[in-house]
Design a protein around this ligand. Sequence first.
Ligand code: PAF
Length: 274
Amino acid sequence: LRIVRTVAEMRAVSRGRVGLVPTMGAFHEGHISLMREARKESDLVVCSLFVNPTQFGPNEDFKRYPRNEDRDALMAEEAGVDILFAPSVDEMYNDSSAIVTVPGVSELWEGAQRPGHFDGVATVVCKLLNIASPDVAYFGLKDLQQCAVIRRMVKNLFMPVGLKFCPTLREADGVAMSSRNVYLSAADRSRAPLIHRELERCASIFRSRLTVEQTLKEITQSKAVLADNCFSVNYFALVDTDSMQPRDTPIKGDSIIVAARLGTTRLIDNIQIS
Ligand code: PAF
């Protein structure tokens, strides 16, 4: 595994069929599954490790976001990564004021709860794609709206890269793997599986044809179950998976998305209706 810190060096080493896995580090099996997927399909696997300050709000967890580059480097090497691109904030943002905004798909849900978040994500992903010039970039579907924003950015700006969105990895009890799960207290961790349970419950009902009232009733019930179990629900909603616009009644391919706070930890998850 080679660790690269500068844009110039990254550009110089990028060759053959390149697969890029953009990350903020603190690896878990979800990240590793993206690296393995990239390994299967690429000559050169590049994993970026960059805790991107511009996607965190002023009161969010940028400072305390888990960082352990040595451990991450070992895990990346084991997963078959060739290059770990780990630039400094200065290297990525020195003297830079250009911002990528993807209106519409960025505005609701996470975009409404975390103003500026998706500008930060789109801007850094655009930079990373321009630096590593991958043939394919790999993202996890756990961040469903992020996937929709990146898909729209790449399409609208004619960026010459393929995108692969990979399934969410879950713990045995259904909790979606996330670097932020380490923040959960033991009591909150034991409540966390309820999110996936409610998503599955709604998804199985939403496979049938439902009225607007029936759809709303199930969503309201899930919100109440979560609220009764100490969650503070930001949103629990049925959306069109591509545009992220809300939907009144479900159709196949739609997604149910949720964000809820347990203590000081904000969890997000989603499920697609099959
Ligand atoms: O999903 C993440 O870890 C980040 O949002 C990403 C895509 C690496 C951009 O910083």
